[in-house]
Design a protein around this ligand. Structure first.
Ligand code: CA
Length: 646
């Protein structure tokens, strides 16, 4: 009800502003002329001298010291002079001058022509067209301007801003609105233009007339977001955070307080909806999980700068801390985390930056301190293995350092767009090597050709899990048991993979040393059952007769995998690929262990996954047993017997 009311108000407001967008007087109707410091502006407006009012407003902004931007402030300019920029930053700025725009890191630079064709779509990947409108080269141009003092950057930026405003009015076409005015991109500009404003405000090219155009456009941006926030997910979080940025940075707008308040209210509501009690963000893709942490904290920081932090309750801050601990629990010792769903490989460098930022908000959290200081201060968690049982991420861990073995497995409730039909899948990291990385995602949405590329990576059968006739599964795992102890960690869950077939998986981490996975396909369905496993790139040694594969890395850090069943098994090689970054892919070994399911009898597997040092793989036997009517699994590794209840 509340939103609907706002919608009506906004439409009135947008009509009023677009009708005379280029007239300075319409801007001054949007500004609170009673705002401290705007006395001269008010005087000129009242005298209907809008040129002088625009000049007075520019003078006000050039001298404004009352507000600190969390990222870039005019006071930083002096220190920035002569600073050597990273080559990649300078390249974005300099090619940006020539309209060769860096629109997406999966593709690099595209030429948009002398006059800039903002509708140019060189690769029919939606992200290319969307992300053009985030102008990734503008902040590099701002940095290059500060570093060199060369006015060419300011002159060109002002020209490009005006060109964008001229060529992308709302309602130009349905298609253009879909890309140029999508809420996520609009919100990104609301955020980045606070920084750009600070980079260029002192340039002689930043004229009073340009200020009027800039601010009129800015107001239209914030109101466009308010008109229709995204329904849910990380997009809504980004939009809310950036409304707080806009309302905080430009408190002179009459609507600024409403922008801030709406942003804060949305985040307070969404944090309770989007974060499970175990700290996982409900899209269940760890890069969006980390992004959500940063959104919540950025918003909180901005609210602190606006003296509005107490509008976030303590529970908000506690939830963010819990989210950080969920990140710690699902991370490998090199700070990487699984590439489940749409996640890409994260660098240790980026994660270190995150932990350093997070420590500023949580200085008393010893674990965050440990990560932020590379172990020089603080301490590691007291526990090892950890089940995040609401979101369904389970970590088997025998240590926190680089010599450790860590498996993270996903057995989750349904999630949405960014998630994949992959329950049961896992990554296994041992002593610095991720032996079984997730395939990743390779690309997001686009035309049919792009969707085909994307969909290859979404298939259930390219994950470490079980399929019927290689069809995708439904995702809705129910936990049966999770327990952790020094001798045995155990996870057991069941997933209703198909209408007439459930997949029950039990994972045992035996003596914190090796894994036994027991899979059962239960139900009336008949067809071909495949148990799929994929390995890191490399040339493994394969024994199809005995259903085993082992890596053979020369450093001696190796992994052995063997599959057993009570019926005959066929080991087949499959197409294997892994994508660590957008539009980058590599081939890798992949296998399936097949059996035919001919009736309602369950199909069963035992898989032993054994990390070892050297080149002599272990001797393994495994079988199903029934003792006193209880079903058990007996595993013998190098002569030592382990019996597990299933
Ligand atoms: Ca995946």
């Amino acid at each position: 009800m509340r939103l609907r009311k706002i919608g009506v108000l906004v439409i009135v407001c947008v009509l009023a502003t677009t009708a005379s967008a280029q007239q300075p007087q319409s801007l001054f109707e949007l500004i609170n002329l009673e705002y401290p410091g705007l006395e001269a502006v008010k005087e000129h407006v009242e005298a209907h001298d809008f040129d002088k009012a625009s000049q007075a407003l520019l003078d006000y902004y050039r001298n404004r010291t009352s507000f600190q931007n969390p990222e870039v402030n005019p006071s930083d300019k002096h220190d920035f002079k002569g600073k050597k920029l990273e080559a990649s930053t300078l390249e974005k700025a300099d090619k940006g001058l020539k309209h060769q725009f860096f629109v997406h890191k999966g593709y690099g630079f595209f030429d948009y022509g002398d006059t800039i064709n903002w509708q140019h779509w060189p690769v029919k990947d939606n992200e290319v067209r969307w992300q053009l409108h985030r102008m990734y080269w503008w902040i590099p141009m701002g940095q290059a301007y500060w570093s060199t003092g060369d006015e060419k950057y300011a002159e060109e930026w002002v020209w490009q801003m005006r060109d964008w405003i001229k060529d992308n009015p709302r309602g130009l076409s349905k298609e253009n609105d879909r890309f140029a005015w999508r809420q996520l991109e609009t919100a990104r500009r609301v955020q980045d233009q606070t920084n750009l404003f600070n980079y260029f405000i002192d340039s002689p090219h930043f004229t009073p007339e340009f200020l009027v155009e800039f601010l009129t456009n800015y107001q239209a941006h914030a109101e466009r977001i308010r008109e229709k926030y995204s329904e849910k997910g990380n997009h809504l979080l980004f939009e809310a955070q950036r409304m707080i940025y806009g309302g905080g940075f430009f408190p002179e707008f009459i609507n600024a307080a409403v922008w801030r308040k709406e942003g804060i209210d949305i985040l307070n509501t969404e944090i309770t909806k989007q974060v499970y009690a175990d700290g996982l963000q409900f899209e269940l893709s760890l890069n969006y999980h980390v992004a959500a942490i940063n959104i919540f904290l950025k918003a909180y920081h901005m609210a602190q700068l606006c003296n509005m932090a107490d509008e976030f309750p303590q529970s908000y801050v506690n939830t963010v801390e819990n989210m950080i601990m969920a990140t710690v629990n699902t991370s490998f010792p090199d700070h990487g985390y699984p590439m489940f769903s749409d996640a890409k490989k994260e660098s240790a460098r980026n994660m270190m930056k995150n932990y350093k930022q997070w420590l500023k908000v949580f200085p008393e959290n010893e674990v965050i301190r440990y990560y932020a200081t590379k172990g020089k201060e603080g301490q590691l968690p007291a526990h090892l293995s950890k089940g995040l049982t609401n979101g369904g991420f389970y970590t088997f861990r025998n240590g926190w350092d680089k010599k450790s073995t860590v498996m993270v497995l996903k057995a989750s409730p349904p999630a949405f767009w960014h998630s994949q039909p992959d329950n049961g899948t896992f990554e296994l990291w041992v002593k610095g090597r991720n032996f079984m990385p997730d395939a990743g995602c390779y690309v997001y949405g686009g035309d049919a050709e792009i969707m085909k590329l994307r969909n290859w990576y979404r298939q259930t059968k390219v994950h470490q899990t079980l399929t019927l006739d290689n069809q995708d599964i439904k995702v809705d795992a129910k936990l049966i048991n999770w327990s952790a102890s020094p001798h045995l960690d155990e996870l057991s869950y069941i997933n209703p993979s198909y209408d007439d077939l459930s997949h029950q998986r039990s994972v045992f981490f035996v003596n914190k040393s090796f894994f036994v996975i027991v899979d059962q396909a239960i139900g009336d369905a008949t067809g071909t059952i495949d148990l799929h496993y994929q390995l890191v790139e490399g040339e493994p040694i394969v024994n199809k007769k005995k259903n085993w594969v082992t890596t053979d890395f020369s450093d001696g850090n190796n992994l052995f995998l063997q599959c057993f069943s009570n019926k005959s098994l066929k080991m087949v090689e499959e197409a294997g690929k892994v994508s660590y970054a957008y539009r980058r892919e590599k081939e890798r070994p992949a296998f399936a262990f097949q059996q035919e399911k001919k009736n309602n009898e369950a199909v069963k597997y035992i898989t032993v996954i054994y990390p070892f040092q050297g080149h002599q793989s272990p001797k393994v036997k495994a079988s199903f047993k029934v003792v006193d009517h209880e079903e058990q699994v007996e595993v013998i590794v190098n002569g030592e017997t382990v019996v597990l209840d299933i």
